[in-house]
Design a protein around this ligand. Structure first.
Ligand code: CTP
Ligand code: MG
Length: 181
């Protein structure tokens, strides 16, 4: 498979993991997951991780996965690359995994003394991909092995930080997000 086809496939397969964080920015707010609890004087997660954002983000990613599954065949023909559909369990693990990775990252940020919104280069850009991929590999190993071959995984690891910085930069410019990361 050539590079363009690999990038197209990587982007398609990761879309249900890319959208939840952006959707959470739009629908987030309300009661925080940690209920305001602290540990050693610092918030467990912080106000930036809300129930509404987490659930809304997960549902948005899953809805997108179902939408993509519905158009996978015609899209495959249109772009000349065989694009996979997303079984229910995969729709969930890709989407919820992204939210979970982001939550774990917030936990680590608070433990290292970073306030809400502080940057943690590297972690910010890759936390959600890693959790998404690990959950999916555990829950649907056969699907994972077919779709995420080594070249696809390599593209995902390079493409994701770039997309993440790009979309967050746009959200920042549009005043949807307080920081550009
Ligand atoms: N958000 C949410 N629930 C989540 C993730 C995000 O409600 N599980 C919303 C919050 O309004 C959050 C915004 O999306 O402020 C941006 O997300 P993010 O950058 O991940 O959070 P931060 O506010 O930067 O907090 P942290 O430092 O903990 O990452
Ligand atoms: Mg942030």
């Amino acid at each position: 498979m050539d590079l363009v086809a690999t990038v197209v496939l990587a982007f398609w397969a990761m879309l249900p993991a890319y959208v939840p964080n952006n959707a959470a920015v739009l629908v987030g707010g309300g009661p925080p997951i940690d209920g305001g609890r602290t540990w050693k004087g610092r918030r467990l997660l912080g106000d930036g991780k809300s129930w509404r954002g987490t659930i809304g983000g997960t549902l948005a990613g899953m809805a997108l996965a179902f939408g993509l599954s519905a158009i996978a065949d015609p899209m495959s023909v249109a772009v000349g690359v065989t694009l996979p559909t997303f079984p229910l369990v995969v729709a969930f693990t890709l989407s919820f995994g992204a939210m979970l990775g982001d939550i774990v990252a917030s936990f680590l940020k608070r433990r290292t003394g970073r306030e809400r919104g502080a940057a943690f280069p590297g972690l910010d850009q890759l936390d959600f991909v890693v959790a998404s991929l690990v959950l999916t590999a555990l829950a649907a190993p056969a699907w994972f092995g077919e779709v995420f071959t080594l070249p696809v995984l390599a593209v995902v690891l390079v493409l994701t930080p770039l997309l993440h910085l790009g979309t967050n930069g746009i959200a920042y410019v549009l005043h949807l997000k307080e920081e550009p990361w």
